[in-house]
Design a protein around this ligand. Structure first.
Ligand code: ADP
Ligand code: MG
Length: 710
């Protein structure tokens, strides 16, 4: 757009290693600034989860404050991740009164360790009402503090006073503990005595849309709901496939450069950027990190994305489906398991021993995903993501695993103890035979699978772009911890380890191979086939969420101390409540737009047509006005149709309101009736849009929005 003036010149140069992490109180800053013994005990806390002594905390807090003040900070904030899905912060300044009417800058260990935001308006799903009104935040020293916009941000967990979790970080940390405990048992069985910690790692690829601020501001639907509720298909969408990996426009490139710079300063390992399938759609992928840090960094990335876009007079849309008819945005969660010595446990090994350990971990994922399909579906459930899943642009709502032909063949051979591919002379046995090498590249080209093994990690592709990655990773960590626990229970008792391993392997493959599917996940045949295999297909959030609180599912979280049953009930209520509220806001916005802008605009156009007809008639009966008359008639009918649909939507919305108090029923009603009414209203209004003179239409069209960044 013409008024656009970049704040940052593309000529600007900086040294990446110099700026990387410059706003982060990271290990090198700690080593340099903290007294040796303080640094040592802080490291113990970070690495082994030891409790921090208050004198140590005081020293860390003071050093942190001095460092932050040098960076221009005046405030500190306990930064946390409540159930809203975004982050929350409350800022306190460092000031403390001093003699002579002056102030000094102060920050104590107590303030660092514990905060008491009066966060009583954040969702608690009834937890705080029943136990204790206030929540508190507790420093998570495993995630570095950082300075942003004049504030020192301290990553924290958020709990109620009676210990119930009110956030996403606490259960994530607990799930990491669970998988650490169980994976170590397995490693010990394979004779590993050196690994002292196992963590999961995540690299989340983030998709987003970038549009000009001027068109964004004219769309109330984008402002209130993050997606367009109306909009006819533009003449050109993504059909030419010319945007994906296409050359990046200078204005977008300048934005991306600033974004990278901001993220690097905050210690986020931004690595890859490219154009995505839909016009105006882009992607950013970081280098993977420990899951806890990756989660914090993905939250930061989403926030910085929005802010930098605003600085460039653009709006970054993180909604899963901002536009109908072109692809929505997802987030690919690349997930693996690795040791403190840097070994990736999902990397196939080079000898029978390493192979066997790899296969056992692989089987844990296979069994876990098969047994807890519904939990993985729940973990990505939201009103926005429901528009993507199963809409032949994103994996279907059916969960399956893509392993590739090679690995699938190996599992088949192991199950039946038969030769693999005719290559092996003897029948395949786990722990005895060397596996053929599994080429990484052949494994990854099937993009239609919800969960694909990509050579040394799993790529979970069902996440929506706006989602916090905490929940899917809590699920992955916990279900795999559970399976590893079962395997360890069985194998620890075995007299002949190799024989027991073989037996277990054959059984698991036999019982759970139905979850493996290497074909086209977008096809209708797969939906049929999945049904025959007995796989679950939970199409909407309203269908999926009740699974969350099924006994079998609550049991594993309780067993591995990730969630208590009460915590799960509270989460169920919050997620389903958010779903209902989201749809309610969408319905209200639609009604408002149709009533106050669109139908009146159509009337105005009809008025102008009628004016033309009258004018022509006044000149003489011989003047043709059949065109205007015909348009007038057809549009009047269409407008009447739209008005009826609007009325039906209002009725459905009111009926939904009457179900207040029964969230299960209400969410189902929204997912069936309200959404259906919204769709019908939309389709008739979209038809009106392409029939009404352009300057009468109250909103920028899809074409104008999708091609607004030039
Ligand atoms: P693509 O999927 O586009 O082919 P890559 O497979 O190289 O690209 O990486 C995609 C993402 O997976 C990146 O964010 C990368 O850091 C992440 N990744 C790579 N290895 C691991 C791992 N061991 N654990 C978690 N994420 C990983
Ligand atoms: Mg990928």
């Amino acid at each position: 757009m013409s008024e656009y003036s970049p704040h940052v010149s593309s000529e600007k140069r900086f040294s990446v290693p110099d700026i990387f992490g410059s706003q982060v109180f990271n290990e090198s800053v700690m080593r340099e600034r903290l007294p040796r013994d303080v640094f040592k005990s802080l490291r113990k806390t970070i690495e082994q989860g030891r409790e921090l002594d208050i004198t140590v905390a005081n020293s860390v807090a003071n050093t942190m404050k001095d460092w932050a003040v040098e960076k221009g900070a005046t405030h500190y904030s306990h930064w946390f991740q409540p159930m809203t899905g975004i982050t929350a912060e409350k800022h306190d300044s460092f000031i403390a009164p001093a003699a002579g009417g002056r102030v000094i800058m102060e920050f104590s260990g107590r303030e660092l360790i514990k905060g008491e935001p009066d966060a009583s308006s954040l969702p608690s799903g009834g937890l705080r009402a029943t136990f204790e009104a206030r929540g508190y935040t507790a420093w998570d020293p495993t995630s570095y503090a950082f300075v942003k916009d004049g504030t020192l941000y301290i990553p924290t967990a958020f709990c109620s006073y009676s210990g119930e979790v009110l956030d996403k970080k606490t259960p994530l940390l607990r799930s990491m503990e669970a998988i650490n405990t169980q994976a170590l048992r397995i490693l010990r069985l394979f004779g590993d005595t050196v690994t002292s910690r196992v963590s999961t790692t995540v690299g989340p690829e983030q998709e987003y849309f970038l549009i000009d601020k001027s068109v964004y501001e004219k769309r109330r639907d984008l402002i209130y709901t993050g997606r367009t509720l109306f909009g006819a298909k533009p003449p050109k969408g993504q059909e030419l496939e010319d945007h994906y990996f296409g050359s990046i426009k200078p204005r977008v490139a300048s934005f991306m450069r600033d974004l990278d710079e901001e993220l690097w300063k905050l210690g986020v390992l931004a690595k890859t950027k490219h154009n995505e399938s839909a016009p105006a759609q882009h992607e950013l992928a970081p280098i993977y990190e420990t899951t806890n840090i990756a989660t914090d960094h993905n939250q930061l990335t989403m926030e910085v994305l929005r802010n930098v876009a605003a600085r460039h007079n653009m709006a970054a849309l993180l909604h899963e489906k901002p536009f109908a008819g072109v692809n929505g945005s997802g987030k690919h969660n690349n997930w693996s398991i690795s040791t403190d010595l840097g070994k990736n446990l999902l990397e196939p090994g080079k000898n029978p021993h390493e192979n066997a350990q790899f296969l056992l971990l692989l089987l844990a994922v296979i069994k876990g995903v098969d047994e807890y399909q519904d939990l993985l579906r729940v973990s990505v459930a939201s009103a926005g993501n429901d528009h993507r899943l199963g809409a032949s642009e994103a994996p279907p709502a059916v969960i399956s695993i893509f392993l590739g032909d090679e690995l699938t063949g190996i599992l088949e051979a192991l199950e039946t103890e038969s030769p693999y591919n005719g290559n092996a002379k003897t029948s395949m046995k786990i722990g005895v035979h060397v596996l053929p090498t599994i080429p990484k590249d052949t494994s990854d080209r099937n993009r239609t699978s919800p969960l694909a093994f990509t050579g040394n990690k799993f790529e979970f592709r069902m996440l929506g772009s706006a989602l916090s990655i905490a929940c899917p990773n809590i699920m992955l960590n916990t279900i795999v911890a559970e399976e590893l626990c079962q395997f360890a229970d069985e194998l620890e008792k075995a007299k002949d380890f190799t024989a027991a391993l073989g037996k277990l392997t054959r059984r698991i493959i036999k019982e759970h191979k139905r979850i493996i599917f290497n074909g086209d996940g977008y096809s209708a045949e797969w939906e049929e086939e999945a049904k025959r295999r007995g796989l679950s297909n939970l199409k909407t959030t309203a269908d999926a969420l009740p699974k969350y609180i099924e006994k079998k599912n609550m049991a594993i979280f309780d067993k591995h101390k990730v969630y208590t049953n009460a915590e799960m009930h509270s989460r169920y209520e919050i997620i389903l409540g958010t779903y209902i509220k989201t749809l309610s806001i969408e319905a209200t916005t639609m009604i408002e737009m149709a009533k106050r802008d669109i139908l009146p605009a159509v009337s105005e156009y009809l008025g102008s047509l009628a004016g033309t007809i009258a004018a022509k008639k006044s000149v003489g009966a011989s003047i043709a006005c059949a065109t205007e008359t015909d348009i007038l008639k057809r549009l009047s009918l269409m407008q009447e149709g739209a008005y009826k649909k609007l009325y039906e939507l209002e009725r459905a919305f009111a009926a939904a309101g009457e179900l207040d108090g029964d969230i299960k029923k209400q969410s189902k009603y929204y997912s069936r009736e309200v959404l259906k009414a919204m769709d019908s209203l939309r389709s008739i209004i979209d038809e009106l849009e392409v029939n009404v003179k352009s300057d009468f239409w109250p909103y920028p069209t899809y074409g104008e929005i999708l091609y607004s960044v030039v």
